[in-house]
Design a binder for this molecule. Structure first.
Ligand code: MHO
Length: 166
C-alpha cells in the first residue's frame, strides 16, 4: 500500500460500499472518516450538525496497478455519485455531504482536475460539476461502527444516489 486517495461523495456508508464492491479482490484498504473541517476532535454527532464543516469521507490505501490507480479512482468516484448537487447527495443534505476530491500532492491535483474536465465534457454537458478539489488536511477516522457499515448492516441505509452512472 503505497498511495492514498481521499474522496467525499455523500453518506460515507454507501461511498465505502461502492468502492469495495467495484474493487473487490484488489489489494486495497478503506476507512471512513471526517476531513476538511475545523474542529480538532470531530465525531459523528458533531459532523452531522454541519457546524464543524467536516465532510464524511473515504480514504483508500492502495498499491497502484492497472485497475487501481489514481486516474481510475477519480473516474470511479464520478461514476458512483452525482457531482452536480451542491452540499447534498440524494436525500442527504448538508455540507458534510458535499462532493470533494482531497488531493495528496501536486500530481494528484493535476490528475483530479484533468479527469474532472473530461467528465464534465463527456457526461455533464449543460450542468456544472460542483466538486471541490482541495489539498488533503487532517484526517479523523470515524467511529468503529461506521467502518464497513453496510457489511455489518446489510439492510442499513444506502444513499439512493450511489449507483454507477456509466
Ligand atoms: N440519512 C442517513 C445518513 C447516514 S450517513 C452515515 C441517516 O440519517 O442515517 O450520514
Amino acid at each position: 500500500m503505497t498511495e492514498i486517495a481521499t474522496f467525499a461523495a455523500g453518506c460515507f456508508w454507501g461511498v465505502e460500499k461502492a468502492f469495495q464492491r467495484f474493487y473487490k479482490g484488489e489489494n486495497f484498504e478503506t476507512a471512513v472518516g471526517y476531513t476538511g473541517g475545523s474542529d480538532s476532535s470531530p465525531d459523528y454527532k458533531k459532523v452531522c450538525t454541519g457546524s464543524t464543516k467536516h465532510a464524511e469521507a473515504l480514504q483508500i490505501r492502495y498499491t497502484p496497478n492497472e485497475k487501481i490507480n489514481y486516474p481510475a479512482l477519480v473516474e470511479f468516484f464520478y461514476r458512483m455519485h452525482d457531482p452536480t448537487t451542491l452540499n447534498s447527495q440524494g436525500p442527504d443534505v448538508g455540507t458534510q455531504y458535499r462532493s470533494v476530491i482531497f488531493t495528496h500532492g501536486a500530481e494528484q491535483e493535476r490528475i483530479a482536475k484533468q479527469v474532472t474536465a473530461e467528465v464534465q465534457e463527456k457526461h455533464y454537458k449543460g450542468k456544472t460539476i460542483v466538486t471541490e478539489i482541495v489539498p488533503a488536511g487532517e484526517w479523523f477516522d470515524a467511529e468503529e461502527y461506521h467502518q464497513k457499515y453496510l457489511d455489518k448492516n446489510p439492510e442499513g441505509y444506502e444513499c439512493p444516489s450511489h449507483f454507477l452512472r456509466w
